[in-house]
Write a protein that binds this ligand. Structure first.
Ligand code: MSP
Length: 660
């Protein structure tokens, strides 16, 4: 199909800062964007999905200096990890923009000059309280603290006064045009409740915005006045234009601009709903259709953020479950406009109940029956056998609703509809009891009909679920013997009746692993917070751990030296009651004995361990695991099957010897 004849759908995520590794909150925005992009592609739109990294500014300059790196070196390292994470999460972006790309830098300079020529950018002097962490001057109404400084209302950090000659953007001139635009386009800011906040902020009055810095070297120079660099937000927001070819590929730019939806967390909605449209109006561009400010993922009721130390590493879940359960959970659990509290219990409950039980069992059972009763290819029930209409009609109705809900970004409601249908299909099987029909030869046509209905429902539902869980649903189509992958079949062409009689189904493998809460929590309690003690080496059943290793933060030599690594001799080893993967060890550290709990029972028998020397981290804060205080952590490699393999010493070494 030619790209230009179809309606376009252009979706963006914020571009992420490269001063840190990404957490579940960042993954959330990107997953939503990916689901929308995949759904709209299926529905026949010409989709462009842009994501990327925000690499300039003081925050990056500072983070790089702290690590003894040049800002670009830091950016290059972090970008590698961001790309790895998007791969691990099955993110199908069309372009990954970095603000250090020459096309972007040139584009921003062009746009800056364009506004300058128009008189919307002018030179002046700015003095104000500035938050280095958020790269933002504080609003003037933020009160002074007793100590005489101001604190950033967003991140809580102390701010500094910055006074400098700078260029201003004439934001004040756009107050009325913005209000007019909001009035005419009530869906410009979503969810609707946030439109009110944004409009009332604009109504209170907009002051001109300082958009250059002389104090920041790591930025795009102002054209013709290079001692000034362009403010990182002016630079970053324009990625939405340069990322689709503004200034470098006119045809592409015209195909995709204006954006259909910019997605972001509510923390940066104002930048997107006020500054960004004002820059665009000044530049003479059409405005995006919708700016969607989603809610936050909280941990223990506080926004997940690195500065608060409560971030969750997506790999902690990815290694156990792969991408689909996390994708599903994040969009199923809360409507995207609201905040959600991340809990491992809730996650596991969804995986076990919705994915493993409702969906996984349905697929497993149906395909196994097709395998055992029809050798993988359901026979034609024949014209005599009455058609069951309920599942077919239910499917059509569900599909129509889901189409509207996907298009309206109501992903959790779409999943509710799909699950309501899945439970109808489960009920259909429970009521028809095909396993009983299989025992009666005369019921064979009916058996064929029932299994055909279930398989057709699974095929259709997997297609609809594909945007949310692309890798599992592609597998389901493979099991069903479909010749194509779900993404190759347009939405409108995938009907209930598209499942063909005689199609050869394969033996299914379980799609969603069942993981015991205590095993998962054993690891979660460690990974949740860097200040929490280390735990037993978990068994990692599904995913190779390589990706996790790549995401590790860089540590300085001084930081490494803080770790007290020692040789320990195992004195005693015994199982931990009720845990299949854990062993309790008594070790000699030379000057003292310690108890520790380690997830090594799948690899080692207790009796094989006594007398062996291994490496432990001796100065980790103790953790209580299964009621036992673990006072050290051993080092082990993780095999591809997820088993812990301990590096033992090949000659005698005294317990307590330092490992460097
Ligand atoms: N670089 C700017 C964005 C510039 S866009 C032109 C920035 N980057 S960021 O790395 O801090 O990422 C911000 C985005 O990450 C948020 O808008 C949001 O999309 C996502 N989230 C970060 N923490 C989050 C949660 N705890 N919960 C949900 N989303 C969160 O700001």
């Amino acid at each position: 199909m030619s790209g230009t004849s179809r309606p376009s759908f252009y979706v963006t995520t914020p571009i992420y800062y490269v001063n840190d590794v990404l957490h579940i909150g960042h993954a959330y925005t990107t997953i939503i964007a990916d689901i929308l992009a995949r759904a709209e592609k299926l529905m026949g739109k010409n989709v462009f999905f842009l994501t990327g990294t925000d690499e300039h500014g003081q925050k990056i300059e500072k983070a790089a200096a702290e690590r003894g790196l040049k800002p670009k070196e830091l950016a290059d390292r972090v970008v590698g990890r961001v790309l790895d994470l998007w791969k691990a999460l099955d993110i199908s972006y069309d372009f990954f923009i970095r603000t250090t790309m020459p096309e972007h830098e040139r584009g921003v300079q062009q746009l800056f000059s364009r506004l300058q020529e128009k008189g919307d950018i002018y030179k002046g002097e700015y003095k104000g309280w500035y938050c280095v962490s958020d790269e933002n001057f504080l609003p003037e109404d933020v009160p002074l603290e007793k100590e005489g400084h101001k604190v950033c209302p967003d991140c809580g950090k102390n701010c500094i006064v910055v006074s400098e000659e700078c260029y201003f953007f004439r934001l004040s001139a756009y107050q009325q045009p913005l209000l007019d635009h909001f009035a005419k386009n009530p869906a410009f800011v979503r969810p609707a409740s946030r439109m009110n906040e944004v409009a009332s902020f604009v109504r209170q009055g907009l002051k001109d915005l300082s958009i250059t810095r002389t104090t920041v070297k790591w930025g795009i120079p102002v054209p013709g006045d290079p001692k000034h660099t362009i403010y990182v937000w002016f630079d970053a927001l324009h990625n939405y234009l340069t990322g689709i070819g503004y200034g470098s590929d006119d045809q592409k730019f015209r195909t995709f601009w204006p954006a259909t939806v910019h997605l972001m967390g509510k923390d940066i909605l104002r930048f997107h709903a006020v500054f960004w449209p004002a820059f665009l109006l000044a530049g003479g561009f059409e405005l995006p259709q919708t700016v969607f400010g989603h809610g936050w993922w909280l941990k223990d009721d506080t926004k997940m953020s690195k500065s608060k130390g409560n971030v969750l590493d997506p790999y902690q879940i990815l290694r156990w479950f792969g991408p689909d359960p996390l994708r599903y959970f994040l969009v199923r659990e809360v409507p995207i406009g609201l905040d959600g509290n991340f809990s491992h219990e809730a996650f596991l409950h969804r995986v076990n109940s919705d994915l493993a039980n409702d969906l996984g069992n349905l697929i497993q059972r149906t395909l196994t029956m097709i395998g055992s009763y029809f050798q993988g290819a359901i026979a034609d029930p024949g014209p005599e056998e009455p058609k069951d209409e309920a599942l077919r009609l239910g499917f059509g109705a569900m599909k129509e609703k889901v189409e509207g809900l996907y298009a309206d970004y109501a992903l959790n409601k779409a999943l509710e509809e799909i699950w309501a249908y899945i439970s109808v299909v489960n009920k259909y099987l429970a009521e028809n009891e095909p396993w009983k029909m299989a025992k009666r030869p005369e019921a064979r046509p009916r058996l064929a009909r029932v299994l055909f209905q279930a398989a057709a429902a699974i095929r259709g539902t997997s297609h609809i679920l594909y945007p949310v869980m692309p890798s599992s649903m592609t597998k389901v189509w493979g099991f069903l013997g479909e010749a194509r992958r779900p993404e190759e079949v347009p939405w409108a062409d995938s009907q209930f009746e598209s499942y063909r009689i005689g199609q050869k189904a394969a033996e299914p493998v379980p799609l969603f692993p069942r993981v015991a809460l205590e095993d998962f929590l054993g690891e979660a309690s460690v990974s949740d917070s860097p200040s929490r003690p280390a735990a037993p080496q978990p068994s990692i059943p599904k995913q190779a751990p390589a990706a996790k290793e790549k995401t590790m933060d860089i540590v300085t030599y001084e930081e490494f030296q803080k770790m007290d690594l020692r040789v320990a001799r195992i004195l005693k080893a015994e199982p931990v009651p009720g845990a299949t993967k854990l062993l309790k060890l008594q070790v000699d550290l030379g000057t003292e004995q310690r108890t520790m709990v380690a997830g090594i029972a799948e690899t080692y028998k207790p009796e094989d361990l006594v007398g062996k020397h291994l490496i432990v981290i001796a100065n980790l804060k103790p953790a209580t695991i299964r009621g036992v205080e673990s006072q050290a952590m051993l080092l082990a490699a993780v095999s591809p099957e997820g088993r812990a393999i301990i590096p033992f010493f090949d000659r005698d070494v005294a317990p307590g010897a330092k490992v460097k």
